[in-house]
Design a protein around this ligand. Sequence first.
Ligand code: FAD
Ligand code: NAP
Length: 338
Amino acid sequence: MDLLEDYPLQRLNTFGLPARARYYVEAHSVDELTEALAYAGARNHPVLLLGGGSNVVLTRDHPGLVLRVALKGVELLEDTPDHCLLRAAAGEDWHSLVQSCLQNNYFGLENLSLIPGTVGAAPIQNIGACGVEIRDRLDSLEALDRSTRKLVRFSNQECGFSYRSSLFKEALRDQYILTSVTLKLDKIPAPVTSYGSVERELEAMGVTEVTPNDVSQAVCRLRRRRLPDPAVLGNAGSFFKNPHVQNETFEELKSRYEDLVAFPETDEGVKLAAGWMIDRMGWKGFRSGAAGVHTEHALVLVNYGGATAEEVLKLARDIQHSVKGAFGVELEIEPRIY
Ligand code: FAD
Ligand code: NAP
C-alpha cells in the first residue's frame, strides 16, 4: 500500500473543487483495500471512498484517509448463445466497459454510454440514462464489509435499487466498498429506442435499422452536445434529482404551467423534469462568481474555474428555494456532499 500525505484532490473530482486529503491511498486489490481500512481503523481516521469523483461535492479538506478504488479486470463468467455474464472490477472505467461490451457483441448497456466514473460507483446511485438503469443489467455485485473486512455478495434484489439510488446510498451508506459488478448482457440485440431524445437523434442520423452501436452513438452525440465535458468545465452532472409528485399535485401544477414537463412513473404519480422547472425560473446560464448554471442544461451546475464549494452550495440552495416557492416542490441534491 502506497500511503501519501496531504494529497490534492482537485484533479480527482470532476467539479474541480480544491480539497486535500490528509492521507491518500490508491488501492489496486482487495488486499490493499483491507490494509488501508485496517490502517485508518487503527488510527480512527475517517475514510472517504473515491472512484472517478464525478458524483461528489468536496466541501472541505478530508481529515482522514481518502481511498481511491482502482481494482482492474474484466472476466467472462458465462457465455451462452443468448446471453453472457461479465464480471468487472470496481476501478474499471464505466464508459470503456460499455464500449468494449459493444465491440464484443454483448448488448444492453448502450443507453448508458459516456457516463463518467467507475464500475464500482455505478450501482451506488443506480446510474441511469435514456430509459435504462444499471439495475436492468446487474446480476449481482461483490462488496467488502468495512467493519468485518469480509467480502459479501449482493443479488440484484438485495441492492434495493430505486430511481438514482440504492441501499448503498441510503440505509447501507458508508458500510461497504464495492469491489466488482457482474452484469447480465444480451447476445441478441434488443435496442431501447423509446426515449424521446434518442429516437430523435437516431432519426437525425438517418438510421432506419437500429443497432445497439447506433444507439450508443446517438446517446454520445446528444450528450456531447448538451453536457459540459468535465475536462473543460467542472461539473458533477445533474445536480438535482427529478422529483416524484402525486397525480393531484401534477394536475394542479399543470393548470398553472401548461407546458410543464412530466413523465408517468406509477399509477399514483409522475416524475417532474427538474431541469424544466429550473429553466422556467430563469436560472439557465446564471452565473455568480465562478459558479453557475450551465448555458445548455439547467440541471447542471458548473465551475468556471476557482469556484468554492460554498459558492456552489449557495447557488444550489437559491435554486431549491426558488423552485419550492413557485412549484411547492423540494429538489433533492443528487451528488454526495462531503
Ligand atoms: P464518485 O463520484 O467517485 O463516488 C460517488 C459516490 O460513490 C461517493 O459517495 C463515493 O464514496 C462512492 N463510491 C465510489 N466508489 C465506490 C465503491 N467502489 N464502493 C462504494 N462506494 C463507492 N449519473 C447517472 O446516473 N446518469 C448519467 O447520465 C450521468 N451523467 C453524468 C454526466 C456528467 C458530465 C457527470 C460529471 C456526471 C454524470 N453522472 C451521471 C453522475 C456520475 O457520473 C455517476 O454517478 C457515476 O456512477 C459516479 O462514478 P464515480 O466513480 O465518479 O463516483
Ligand atoms: P432529456 O432527454 O432532455 O430529458 C429531460 C428530462 O426528462 C430527463 O431528466 C428525463 O428523465 C426526462 N425524460 C425525457 N424523456 C423521457 C422518457 N421518454 N421517459 C421518461 N423520462 C424522460 O435529458 P438530458 O438532460 O439530455 O439527459 C439525457 C439522459 O442522461 C437522461 O436520462 C438523464 O437522466 C441522463 N443524465 C444524467 C445525469 C446525472 O448526473 N444523473 C447527467 C446528465 C444526463 P431521466 O433523467 O429520469 O431520464
